[in-house]
Design a protein around this ligand. Structure first.
Ligand SMILES: O=C(CO)[C@H](O)[C@H](O)COP(=O)(O)O
Ligand SMILES: [Co+2]
Length: 216
């Protein structure tokens, strides 16, 4: 089953609880949490305190997308009863294998994200340890950007690679996903769809989640 993970980066932060409730009621599967440090990416978003403000208000798992340097230092802050996945960037981790093991030591699924310019082959020697690979289809740092088409080639390569090697990591796609391109992105082999501005920018957020779910 394909899963929908709305990114709260584009939510109205003054209404974060209410907007989260709307996406949960409408059937979204996961909450995507974008953490930006102003160093690895040229923007600062929010940290663990904001994510933790949703604890007790939603049953949905958190999918933590760490766009930060020194991830090992901050990973423990993001481990909560709702935390399903923690994903770090390949480009930001010197000791990627160690960081993956560190995430898994908390009983949380481990993901690695790849920037648009990063080839999928870079994950060859850690792929058997991974629960998820996040294919960035925009350069990370901002919501509301346009989908970079060659992400489709990368998704297909990763899908072939996991089939050939009998691996079971999930493939997540993040950036510029909308109602017009989501079907093609799913067909390429994606399991988890992240969508921020195309959900939280809609007039009726719940209705938009429903429209996405029909297409998954
Ligand atoms: O990681 C991200 C940006 O770095 C966001 O998850 C992503 O951009 C989602 O926003 P949108 O759907 O508006 O592109
Ligand atoms: Co993200």
């Amino acid at each position: 089953m394909k899963k929908l993970a709305p990114s709260i980066l584009s939510a109205d932060f003054a209404q974060l609880g209410a907007e989260t409730e709307k996406i949960e009621k409408a059937g979204a599967h996961i909450i995507h949490v974008d953490v930006m440090d102003g160093h690895f990416v040229p923007n600062i978003s929010y940290g663990a305190t904001v994510m933790k403000s949703l604890l007790g208000k939603t049953k949905l798992p958190f999918d933590v997308h760490l766009m930060i340097e020194n991830a090992d230092k901050y990973i423990p802050d993001f481990v909560t009863e709702n935390t399903g996945y923690i994903t770090v960037h390949q480009e930001a981790c010197t000791h990627l294998d160690r960081t993956i093991e560190f995430i898994k030591s908390f009983g949380v699924k481990a993901g690695v994200a790849l920037n648009p310019a990063t080839p999928p082959q870079t994950l060859e020697y850690v792929a058997d340890k991974l629960d998820m690979v996040l294919v960035m289809s925009v350069n990370p740092g901002f919501g509301g950007q346009s989908f970079i088409d060659n992400a489709l080639t990368k998704i297909k390569k990763l899908d072939d690679f996991r089939k050939k090697n009998n691996l079971d990591f999930e493939i997540e796609v993040d950036g510029g996903v909308n109602l017009s391109n989501v079907r093609e992105i799913c067909d390429a082999g994606t399991d988890i769809i992240v969508a921020g501005s195309s959900i939280f920018g809609a007039e009726d957020i719940g209705n938009r989640v429903g429209e996405f779910l029909e297409l998954l």
